[in-house]
Design a protein around this ligand. Sequence first.
Ligand code: MRU
Length: 348
Amino acid sequence: MEYRYGLMTIQWDDKDKALVLIDQRRLPNRLEYIRCKSHEQVADCIKSMAVRGAPAIGVAAAFGLALAAINSKARDKESFMHEMDAAFKLLRSTRPTAINLFWALERVMGKARSTDSVDKARDAMLSEAIAMLKEDLDVNRRLGEHGSLLLNDGDRVLTHCNAGALATVGYGTALGVIRAAREKGKRVSVIATETRPVMQGARLTAFELKHDGIDVSIAPDTSIALLMARGMIDKVIVGADRVLRDGHVFNKIGTYQLAILAKEHKIPFYVAAPLSSFDLKSRVEDVIIEERAYDEVVKVAGKRVAPKGIRVFNPAFDVTPPTLITAIVTEKGVLEPPYEQSIAKILS
Ligand code: MRU
């Protein structure tokens, strides 16, 4: 029963019209699933990080909108669209930084707008969400294939946060590269940063790699300069929440400092990101960096570790400039600097 769904982060139960998500708040101690039957429930799961990671929140939100359509009692297209707009707004307000959320919602909303009846809209919206779920797995496999060429037998790879199966529908982006290299017979081992304060590295990356029998160790976020100086890291690979047209990368807080350290120690720094994470319109200053709860910082495992009344900064993401990035791996190939050109070319 425990592994009924395998390590598939997102599944659609068509018989029951339910979105089935791994509850990532409970990992690594419990592998439990949540069944969402309404868009409000999906929005709660995204906000509370039961589901997290840019591609995963995109696909989950797409199903959220499909669930709003399935549950709608509207008879005419106008009142149906009214309800869809409200669901769209709720889902888009859950988290601000990962572009995949907005990209996915726009795709499903486009299906609602372009159909001329409620029944057709409902079918088209659900079909689009199902297509996105399948696409995500396929995209990650292709991305992993390209990225695996960057890794050598014996490489010790550092990763940050969780850009794995748990951050996508399955397989992963940065961890997909590692999985693909392993499938090719390369003996690659992983060092995962703990990733304070939500601990995605210690809880999630360590869990999913161990689950798949991949050699993984964890290290405190603060230890990486020493590990690099000691020659313990050959390559760094991270995911992305948003990649801008000039190659600026928004990703989990702490990514920027790792990129600076990698440059100082002449270690290649790779970003793995599907094209759904690219944002050709925004400038760095347009992107909202999510600020998360006070308690995430002042408490550890529910116990207060900082004095009452202390001021806290808790940005969830940072931005790494393109000058620190060796290459960006996508499902269409590996992009190299100057990114303005390589990104424009691959997306044309
Ligand atoms: O706050 P999270 O856990 O949603 O942040 C996740 C990350 O920063 C990941 O690195 C990113 O979304 C890429 S996931 C393939």
